[in-house]
Write a protein that binds this ligand. Structure first.
Ligand code: NAI
Length: 460
């Protein structure tokens, strides 16, 4: 059997992109995937199917708000199985597309679950493959909670919550993070009562607090109920549904709520078990993440790791950047990922988008900074589309260099790209403000926020 230059374990966005890039660089590459489809969590049960459902549910929800445009819609209804069918087709087409990309680039697909029995070896079923380098790109899985068993029927992870066959009457979402808010909004739009239970006294931990507050307010207006400062303790199955016992955090008090479905979305953990990593002496941190150096090298020579299974934001695009940088370094090139400019987007309505440091982080490190803000209410394009909730917030150092940017608002996920580019290129708020922005456009809010940081916003 021939020796591969690289075997990638995991065919998600980190792994498949790394495999293709390595093949482009002339390596003999195989990628091992066990789930029966390429694309990992993101394409199969994460980013892509959730965005398909977010889009479908948004179209339905919009029908109820067209009267101010002089449009009456009567008798609109949801065919959930057709909606799910559309989602499944999108997923199927995209995952098959990666198979074509593998063929085009000469990446060999090995189907099955891999382990690493020894340095330079990958075992799949009864077969052992030899490789000069091994890349672990095994991703992450939902974190379990208090021994609560996810049955994907009534007690759901995100995987079950994108595959329901009926709209729940009352969905309780545990965790006001990215998954909880996105999928909570899908089902709220389709007619479910949705209550979001969150341990902290705020939503979207990690996002700038002021922007998270705007998001909570906007989502409340759109029907989501929030129960903050509450931790889920137990779930009991009864004849009529589910009974949840919640702890009021810091109050020595319990509360009980009833639901017919519960989505547990309290974070994700790395998939690093069952691969033989401990036996090989590969160092993991206390939370199970593979420890790597700046070149993605694990503690065992010839074995590398990228994406959700190493520390850092658990985001598909970060995993892709990791993967490309890792194999470029393997090929002797200068791979690099700038973790300060990795954007994050929550695809709710309004969207929440963020890059760089939050105001809380700047205060904590006593960094000197200026703030510029601009509310979409004052943007004429947002007024004409009726998307006036939220604001753009930029944080800059005393020289005007952008340290962080945070948006709650329609198209925030697209608008953030301008600020990511500005940060990547070291541009100042003055330089963004001096850039001509089309009128009327939502993006003018970015320019105005930068002007505000200089104390000279025009429309606020
Ligand atoms: P998360 O870490 O974003 O949020 C989990 C929330 O659960 C936190 O607010 C936490 O305080 C809360 N929590 C923890 N234990 C609790 C308890 N016992 N009772 C009540 N609340 C509790 O995790 P999430 O939403 O599960 O997402 C996992 C990962 O997937 C994230 O890292 C995220 O970046 C990624 N993701 C990204 C998406 C995107 O980029 N649009 C979409 C979906 C997921």
């Amino acid at each position: 059997m021939s020796i591969y230059d690289l075997i990638v374990i995991g065919g998600g966005p980190g792994g498949y992109v790394a495999a293709i890039r390595a093949a482009q660089l002339g390596m003999k590459v195989a990628c091992v995937e066990g789930r029966g489809a390429l694309g990992g969590t993101c394409l199969n049960v994460g980013c892509i199917p959730s965005k398909a459902l977010l889009t479908s549910s948004a179209k339905y929800a919009e029908l109820a708000h067209l009267s101010s445009h002089g449009i009456a819609v009567e008798g609109a209804s949801v065919d959930l199985s057709a909606m799910m069918g559309r989602k499944d087709k999108i997923v199927g087409d995209l995952t098959k597309g990666i198979g074509f990309l593998f063929k085009k680039n000469g990446v060999e697909l090995i189907e099955g679950w891999a382990s690493i029995p020894a340095d330079g070896q990958v075992k799949v079923g009864d077969d052992v493959y030899e490789a000069k380098n091994i890349l672990i790109a095994t991703g992450s899985e939902p974190t379990p909670l208090n021994g609560i068993e996810i049955d994907e029927q009534d007690i759901l992870s995100s995987t079950g919550a994108i595959a329901l066959d009926a709209v729940p009457e009352h969905l309780v979402v545990v965790g006001a993070g990215v998954i909880g808010l996105e999928l909570g909004q899908v089902w709220a739009r389709l007619g479910a009562k949705v209550t979001v239970v969150e341990y902290l006294d705020r939503v979207l931990p990690g996002i700038d607090g002021e922007i998270a507050k705007l998001a909570q307010r906007a989502l409340s207006k759109r029907g989501l109920k929030f129960q903050l400062g509450r931790a889920l303790k137990t779930i009991d199955k009864t004849n009529t549904g589910l009974t949840l016992t919640l702890d009021r955090v810091g109050k020595d008090k319990e509360e009980v709520i009833e639901a017919d479905k519960v989505l547990i979305a309290v974070g994700r953990r790395p998939v690093t078990r069952g691969l033989g990593l401990e036996e090989l002496g590969i160092a993991l941190d206390p939370r199970g993440f593979v420890q790597v150096d700046g070149s993605f090298r694990t503690s065992v020579p010839g074995i590398y790791a990228i994406g959700d299974c190493i520390p850092g934001p658990m985001l598909a695009h970060k995993a892709e950047e990791d993967g490309v940088a890792c194999v470029e370094m393997l090929a002797g090139e200068a791979g690099h990922v700038d973790y300060n400019t990795v954007p994050g987007v929550v695809y709710t309505d309004p969207e929440v988008a963020s890059v760089g440091l939050t105001e809380e982080a700047l205060k904590e490190t006593e960094t000197e900074y200026s703030v510029g803000k601009f509310a979409f209410m004052a943007n004429s394009r947002a007024r004409s589309t009726g998307e006036t909730d939220g604001a753009v917030k930029v944080l800059a150092d005393p020289n005007g260099k952008i340290l962080g940017a945070h948006i709650c608002g329609a198209h925030g996920g697209d608008l953030i790209a301008e600020l990511v580019l500005a940060m990547t290129k070291g541009a100042t708020v003055a330089e963004v403000a001096a850039t001509c922005h089309a009128h009327p456009a939502i993006g003018e809010a970015v320019k105005e926020a930068c002007l505000d940081a200089l104390g000279r916003a025009i429309h606020a």
